[in-house]
Design a protein around this ligand. Structure first.
Ligand code: UDP
Length: 323
């Protein structure tokens, strides 16, 4: 199979490239390196089945050339990370909506299957546990910048579904739940790389809010395998899947666990949300996926729990000497 990954030099894109190459596929990536890094795919560049282009998906002529070459498109290029989103809401909305519009339009012109990367953020302020693909989205008001990410991704989902129903384009949508692993950077606010970097350098571990909010962290290897298996399954056309881990942990417990596992001397400090992000910031207090739909289709079942996940990432940080 020949695959195109938009955002292929990002955290998820680089792991997806690796897994597709391991399976014998041909991989083309396009990335503008805005949040991705060429370092993430450096180890793949000598593989004759790997091709990388540094450019933006807004370069439609180039994107169309790439789309013509492949069988399936994994559309991962997007503005992500709550910190980036709160700081640059215009960039978030424009990149996510216009980018997906271009990808779907060109994919439709050449009738190529598209995988759309979405997010558990779209469940928004809903307090339901766990979140099922058929649940309503409960998104906060536009004065709160955080929700621009959820809203932009929700529009991407609606547009993808519209292409499926109106034009018959094969599309599949994935909602990721806090995917974590090596190469994820803390630069855009992601909690695990931030906490590990703080713990390894004995700097304060910054828990935002009360720390009672919880997340269900999912190992990158489980996510990319699920992503490929579902994308390749003929019954996935026109469908939407949660990809996550069914177990949650509070952010305070996560900080304590990381401190213990790294044998760090760091203090755990609590920082009010308005200082960490913006005034009036609203967090999601609990975010647990119902993964039964993916399980039913491809037997999706996460292999690593939080301790093994952290062990792997800590080892990676140490080997890369990030300090
Ligand atoms: N968080 C934190 N300290 C940090 C970074 C994040 O306490 O240095 C919190 C954040 O407020 C949220 C959770 O950790 O409640 C997960 O944040 P992340 O940005 O990784 O992902 P989100 O689930 O918010 O998209």
């Amino acid at each position: 199979m020949k695959c195109l990954i938009t955002g292929g030099a990002g955290f998820i894109g680089s792991h997806l490239s690796e897994e597709l190459l391991n399976r014998g596929d041909v991989v083309y990536i396009i990335d503008d390196l805005s949040t991705g890094s060429i370092k993430n795919v450096e180890h793949l560049k000598n593989n004759p089945r790997f091709h990388s282009v540094v450019d933006t998906i807004f370069n439609q002529e180039l994107l169309e050339d790439l789309i013509e070459k492949v069988d399936v498109i994994y559309h991962l290029a997007a503005a992500v990370g709550v910190k980036l989103i709160v700081e640059s809401p215009v960039r978030t909305i424009e990149t996510n909506i216009k980018g997906t519009e271009i990808v779907l339009n060109l994919a439709n012109k050449h009738n190529k299957k598209v995988m759309i990367a979405s997010t558990s953020e779209v469940y928004g302020k809903s307090t339901k546990v766990p979140f099922n693909e058929e649940d309503d989205m409960v998104i906060g008001q536009p004065k709160r910048g955080r929700w621009s990410y959820a809203c932009s991704k929700a529009i991407d989902e609606f547009l993808a579904m519209a292409y499926y129903h109106e034009k018959g384009l094969p599309v599949t949508i994935f909602r990721f739940f806090n995917t974590v692993g090596p190469r994820q950077t803390g630069r855009y606010g992601m909690v695990i790389p931030s906490f590990i970097a703080q713990a390894l350098s004995n700097k304060p571990i910054t828990v935002y809010g009360s720390g009672e909010q919880s997340r269900s962290f999912t190992w990158i290897g489980d996510v990319v395998r699920g992503l490929i298996d579902i994308t390749n399954h003929p019954k996935s056309n026109g469908e939407l899947y949660n990809l996550g881990h069914g177990k949650e942990i509070s952010i305070l417990k996560l900080a304590e666990l990381i401190k213990e596992m790294t044998k760090s001397k760091s203090k755990i400090v609590k920082i009010p949300y308005e200082k960490a992000y913006e005034s009036g910031f609203e967090d999601m207090m609990q975010r647990v996926p119902d993964i039964s739909k993916a399980h039913k289709l491809i037997n999706y079942s996460p292999t690593l729990d939080i301790k093994d996940i952290l062990q792997n990432i800590i080892e990676h940080f140490r080997s890369e000497s990030y300090l």
